[in-house]
Design a protein around this ligand. Sequence first.
Ligand SMILES: [Mn+2]
Length: 330
Amino acid sequence: MSFAEIIRIMDELDAKLIVLLCHHNADPDAICSAYALSSLIKKYKPQAKVEIGAAQGISRLSKHILKYLPITLEAQPHIENANLIIFLDTNTIQQLNNLAEKVKAAKAPIIVVDHHAAHPETEKIAKLCITDENASSTCEIIYNFYKQANMKIEGNEAKALFLGIAFDTRHFVLAGSSTLKTIAELIDTGLNAQEVLAMLSLPMDFSERVARLKACRRAKLFKIREWIIALSHVSAYQASAARAIIDLGAHVAVVAGQKNESLEISLRCTREFHEKTGIHLGKDVAKPLGEYLKGMGGGHATAAGVNGVGEIEVGLKRCLRFLREKLTQT
Ligand SMILES: [Mn+2]
């Protein structure tokens, strides 16, 4: 399975409009792989129009990257007129959110390019799935397309692929030997690794810095068994503040904020806390806390959030109680 097959399908269809789609809240791997693939397609089909669309916008970090790379995103990609649709970094149609209905209604064949295993439902609707679970990122797969096509990669495309790989490997921590070789080859094209890597750091607003520092100063610490739990409050940037408190050394950080009647709470914990206690912040703490606060709560094992109504003090106290109950059960 390779880029040659994509070209063959484009030739068969005499494709004039090709729409590349990224998952909702598209991350740097998604937008950068779409950008590099669009450039590669244009080299083969200079007459064809290639659009890149992302369901319900892109992530904050992706927006930041757009300041450095000339990636054009269509708010309303012309899915209905497309001759070919290609999903990037996206393995289910549900990840396309608001664009899913249009894709379902479209007549164009679908190709999936992803480093996650193809979902059985997606395999049914796709004409071709190019998936490689050994690839670090979708960008690495696109890099291999360039190699297969014997196309030189340089300039902005090289930067884009470098960024996507750096992001998905958490700045190379998760990169294996073949990924690092790819990275070395990208650096050999002449890109400045330090300079490009810096594009992945979001500049922090002044108000965010103040919010994080205030939340740390106000934190109340509790020790339950061997775990340090920090409760705090700040009127904005609760999630960022909770991350800051974890970085400082707490195992669990809960940061609340009140706006008028509504109460927002962000929860974070270390991976170690989740693994050793089995506590899932989203299911075990945020969900019941959301119900208690007459709102909603949920999230991941180590990062969760709650929206509800009530006083900060009440929300934090109840949260501590849920944690204490869970910790004394295990
Ligand atoms: Mn990815």
